[in-house]
Design a protein around this ligand. Structure first.
Ligand code: ZN
Ligand code: ZN
Length: 269
């Protein structure tokens, strides 16, 4: 298995290694990353044997999801227990690895939608009028189709949802409305940035759309940089806060997200 996906396993190993060093959890000599790599390879083998599905692309959220579905069966449970829960820790590291790669691009997509112009909004409005004229806001929206942007397939984001979120927070920072910003020349409103609390980077894992105003936070520029780039502790506090006020909403929208999984997506350990 490790030979079949050599490049993938090398990258995964490097990621796990960085992670354990950053977290200061282990001594350099303990080779936790090596164990994670071995466990993941074994989990792939186990999955292929149990499901009769051949993994073609390990670097994919779809593959993760298929494998994740296996953890509730008894074979995996006893294997996990016998191996002192290393396999489940390995899967956490696997999803953190996959989302970390996708999160690197998240900020630039955020900025694209934040800087969308009035004309872009009108254009989007016209397109949507044709597509779903009878749209109801309380309804659970299905995830949208992917679009090709700069040579990559990504889930489309709506300017309208961004504006709805900013209006809800009155163009102030959701973390603290007193946070300083400035008046934007483009619309004469306080400059704030939209950020998807459950990142669009992991939309693949959810059937319901994550591109809804309720999942969008309105942040001052500093807080927005912070949620992407700060150290685990600071990021974690922000995410816990943003998640706590949305828990029930997620439930009604059929979006099942535990704080634990959110931490994995944001690479918080
Ligand atoms: Zn963001
Ligand atoms: Zn702020």
């Amino acid at each position: 298995m490790k030979e079949r996906f050599q490049a993938f396993f090398d990258e995964f190993y490097n990621f796990a290694n960085d992670l354990s060093e950053k977290a200061g959890l282990v001594k350099k000599t303990s080779n936790k990353a090596g164990s994670y790599r071995n466990y993941l390879a074994f989990i792939f083998v186990l999955f292929e044997k149990n499901s009769n599905i051949k993994i073609s692309e390990p670097n994919s959220l779809e593959t993760y999801q298929l494998i994740r579905a296996m953890v509730d069966n008894d074979t995996f449970k006893s294997y996990n227990k016998n191996e002192h829960y290393y396999p489940s820790a390995t899967l956490k590291c696997y999803i953190a690895f996959l989302s970390d790669q996708r999160m690197r691009e998240e900020m630039s997509y955020d900025m694209m939608i934040n800087n969308a112009s009035e004309q872009d909004l009108i254009k989007e409005d016209n397109e949507n009028d044709v597509l779903n004229s009878e749209e109801d806001n309380d309804k659970i929206k299905e995830r949208r189709k992917k679009i090709l942007l700069n040579g990559r397939l990504i889930y489309q984001r709506s300017i309208k949802e961004v504006i709805l979120a900013k209006e809800k927070f009155e163009w102030k920072c959701e973390i603290n409305p007193k946070h300083e910003t400035f008046i934007a020349a483009s619309n004469n409103k306080p400059y704030v940035e939209a950020h998807h609390v459950i990142p669009m980077a992991v939309q693949e894992l959810y059937e319901s759309s994550l591109d809804i105003s309720e999942n969008i936070s309105c942040l001052c520029p500093t807080c927005h940089r912070k949620i992407h780039l700060a150290k685990s502790k600071e990021k974690g506090e922000m995410i816990e806060y943003l998640h706590s006020s949305r828990k029930e909403m997620y439930f009604t929208k059929n979006i099942n997200v535990k704080l634990d999984s959110l931490f994995n997506y944001y690479n918080i350990f």
